[in-house]
Design a protein around this ligand. Structure first.
Ligand code: ADP
Length: 498
């Protein structure tokens, strides 16, 4: 029985016509359809044809008596609710009937109310039973759905073209799909249950997962990525996210890997091509630049005003070649940084001395815009840095030159240096145009230049900051910028003191 039929069919088996009719009257008013049988065998016959849920059965009948009928009923279906009707003297029979599986009994003679109460209780039991069975069926269906859903998700994860690995908070691997194993070139023994650092050799990757579990990237509102080489000709990019519980607590990390070897190879070919072209162009351009300078010198000496227009054109051409030479210089620098062949001759450096000399050198440029460029030596000497001085000159030279370029006349530029934990922090602070929030992430991309009212007439290549970033990265440092349009910008560089 799952769903109760709208009208419950009740069978009354009794040899007394009055009782049968009385029962019919009362029970049919309770919304049931009542059928009647005058004898036990007739009742059983009717039960074969109709699925009665409730039977009122007289115990004392001629022919087959109530107990025997009850036994047959219970054999057929022990879920049928049977209420036995007993006479005064047959309490014992009632007990016997209950033992055989009858639900309740009602002694003869009975009042209409008595019958209503007993039948009402039986109907309530039927309703509750049907409800319980319905809930149970629903639970089973939910469980089946859940199991199907689980296996569906597992199949999807297993067939993803990207690698997927999930760890718990302790860095223990709890899921790893076949693509991940293939990406990491696992030979079989690494797997679920292992600690990440037991499976993965790359320390940066292990640190990346640890940082995700610690929630380091949550506030940054972006998906952090990490790139590393598995072998000389295989590169992977990893994206990660913390796994959060229902209450926002950290449960672990999920990382997705993608094979970016093809992109890397293309990037390398592009860099090599750019480097080659730049290299080939540099000498002829420098020669043109020199020759233009000579022609302009000769023209100026002749002080012939009729040729002013030609002179102007030549000067423009010289300016343009000089812009091209600087672009080529930047491109060559960038490709050297990318290929790791940038001049890296590390030696111990007292950074405040180097910063002071850069600031002194660039003061003339700042003064030409009536700007105040200052460097405040830290009160305590900074710990020595071991780095390539040319790289450091390029980093801070670029940042201070930018500050001069993007700060209007009479502005101020301050350079500050300080020790912070095991790092050296340098701030280049200006009171310039500032950078809109939407551009801040982009200015470190190659060739990106902010184009607005303030910067429209300032020439540049858009390669200065990518060079700075590349060099800072190569020194294991970091660079960030804080800026407010109209108020100024602060570029902060951290370098490891070692
Ligand atoms: P370039 O200066 O040759 O354009 P960069 O890569 O050095 O290229 O800088 C990229 C862009 O970042 C610049 O075009 C400029 O819009 C912005 N920028 C850099 N430094 C500053 C600064 N100190 N203040 C305001 N904007 C800056």
């Amino acid at each position: 029985m799952n769903k109760l039929p709208e009208t419950i069919k009740v069978l009354v088996v009794d040899d007394e016509q009055d009782i049968r009719d009385g029962c019919e009257r009362i029970i049919s008013r309770m919304g049931c359809e009542v059928h009647k049988a005058p004898r036990g065998d007739k009742g059983l016959e009717m039960l074969d044809k109709t699925p009665y849920l409730l039977i009122l059965l007289d115990m004392k009948m001629p022919g087959m008596d109530g107990l025997e009928v009850l036994e047959h009923i219970m054999e057929k279906n022990d879920e049928i609710i049977v209420i036995v009707i007993t006479g005064y003297a047959t309490v014992e029979t009632a007990i016997k009937a209950m033992k055989l599986g009858a639900y309740d009994f009602i002694p003869k003679p009975f009042e209409a109310d008595q019958l209503r109460i007993v039948v009402g209780r039986a109907l309530e039991k039927l309703r509750l039973k049907s409800e319980r069975e319905k809930l149970e069926a629903e639970r089973k269906r939910n469980l089946a759905d859940l199991a199907a859903e689980k296996s569906r998700i597992r199949t999807i994860v297993e067939s993803l073209p990207n690698g997927v690995m999930v760890t718990n908070m302790d860095g223990q691997v709890v899921l790893m799909n076949p693509t991940f194993r293939q990406h990491l070139e696992f030979d079989g023994h690494q797997g679920i249950g292992n600690m990440v650092n037991e499976c993965i050799v790359d320390e940066g990757f292990c640190k990346f997962i640890q940082e995700i579990c610690e929630g380091k990237y949550m506030a940054q509102n972006r998906i952090p990525t990490y790139e590393f080489a598995i072998s000389e000709d295989k590169y992977l990019q990893v994206q990660g996210h913390p796994v959060l519980g229902e209450n926002g607590e950290y449960l672990g990390a999920v990382v997705v890997t993608a094979d970016i070897t093809a992109i890397k190879v293309l990037d390398r070919l592009k860099s090599e091509f750019v480097a080659k072209v730049s290299h080939e162009l540099r000498s002829p351009l420098s020669t043109i630049h020199e020759q233009l300078a000579m022609v302009i010198r000769d023209f100026t000496r002749q002080s012939d005003t009729s040729q002013d227009q030609e002179l102007h054109m030549l000067s423009r051409a010289k300016e343009k070649t000089s812009g091209l030479i600087s672009l080529i210089g930047d491109l060559l620098d960038l490709s050297r940084i990318e290929s790791g062949t940038v001049c890296q001759e590390p030696r111990p450096i007292q950074l405040e001395d180097l910063l002071e000399s850069i600031v002194d050198f660039l003061k003339i440029k700042a003064e030409s815009k009536k700007q105040k460029l200052t460097f405040q030596r830290p009160q305590e000497a900074l710990p020595k840095l071991t780095a390539d001085p040319l790289s450091l000159e390029s980093i801070f030279g670029n940042l201070i030159t930018n500050a001069i370029h993007y700060t209007p006349e009479n502005g101020q530029i301050r350079v500050e240096a300080a020790k912070e934990d095991h790092k050296i922090r340098v701030d280049v602070i200006d009171t310039g145009f500032g950078i809109g929030e939407k551009y801040v992430d982009k200015i470190f991309e190659r060739f990106y230049r902010v184009k607005d009212e303030n910067t429209r007439y300032i020439t540049g290549t858009g390669l200065g900051l990518p060079i700075v970033k590349g060099l800072v990265d190569s020194l294991d440092g970091s660079i960030s910028v804080k800026s407010k349009p109209g108020e100024g910008s602060t570029f902060t560089v951290y370098l490891p003191a070692r």
